[in-house]
Design a binder for this molecule. Structure first.
Ligand code: AP5
Length: 218
């Protein structure tokens, strides 16, 4: 049966950065609610307009909207393909919905990978994150990386901050994670599904730790 894997972690823990490795290594298709929401917002759909007010202030988007988004995304994935859920579930309601949907689609939840990162490093990573826009495909850089900033500008691009990476919104996202999402770890630990990985250090080191933790869960 095709597996389902959940990737959980505070904002900026490196979930998206890690997905390339995991998708390739475990041959999964990614469902990332944050990216799906940004695409809906950019396209100006009704769902996007309703979600924007939550995303901009760092709150969780209303469960009804997320349920809709998740079901539509999973329906579009072939039944014989495994999925990587990036940044979903984020509260008890979503974890319950996920259990029901996976039961329905016949995909067992094989593991929950939780990235662990101190708050100070979350603030450093997100506070300095910029997207180089206007010079081909957008790419991510950190403001402390002078060479990357120069490369972006030399190519005619501009480093742009994500609207929800402003300091007050980062603090809110972090508080929401600690209050609503982190408690899910207890549930998944009790189910024997949880693998916690230290998300400090270089992306390649984190990826090595994550693959090792998940290999033992297969
Ligand atoms: P979402 O886009 O999912 O944001 P997030 O979970 O806050 O995570 P980020 O995308 O900011 O960080 P990440 O962990 O993916 O790290 P990344 O790899 O990018 O959600 C945004 C909003 O949408 C939410 O606040 C909420 O409003 C809404 N939402 C989404 N899903 C929802 C749901 N299920 N229910 C309700 N609402 C929902 O890395 C971050 C930075 O660090 C990058 O610059 C990267 O280059 C850098 N970096 C990564 N790894 C390393 C490393 N090892 N060392 C140094 N730098 C690193």
């Amino acid at each position: 049966m095709p597996p389902a894997l959940v990737l959980i972690g505070p904002p900026g823990a490196g979930k998206s950065t890690l997905t390339g490795t995991l998708l390739e290594r475990f041959r999964l298709v990614r469902v990332a609610t944050g990216e799906l929401l940004r695409a809906e917002i950019a396209a100006g759909t009704a769902l996007g307009r309703a979600a924007a007010q939550y995303v901009e202030r760092g709150a969780l988007v209303a469960d009804g909207l997320i349920d809709q988004l998740l079901r539509a995304s999973l329906d579009a994935i072939p039944a014989d393909t495994g999925v990587l859920l990036d940044g979903y579930p984020r509260n008890v309601h979503q974890a319950d919905v996920l259990d029901a949907v996976l039961r329905h689609t016949g995909r067992p939840l094989t593991a929950v990978l939780a990235l662990d990162l101190p708050d100070a490093e979350v603030v450093r990573r997100l506070g300095g994150r910029r997207e180089c826009r206007g010079a081909g495909a957008p790419w991510v850089l950190h403001v402390d990386d002078a060479a990357a900033v120069a490369r972006c500008r030399a190519a005619g691009g501009t480093p742009v901050q994500r609207a929800d990476d402003r300091p007050a919104v980062i603090r809110r996202r972090l508080a929401v994670y600690r209050a609503e999402t982190e408690p899910l770890l207890t549930r998944y630990r009790a189910a024997g599904l949880l693998r916690v990985v230290d998300a400090t250090g270089a992306p390649a080191e984190v990826a090595t730790r994550a693959v090792a933790a998940l290999a033992s869960a297969q």
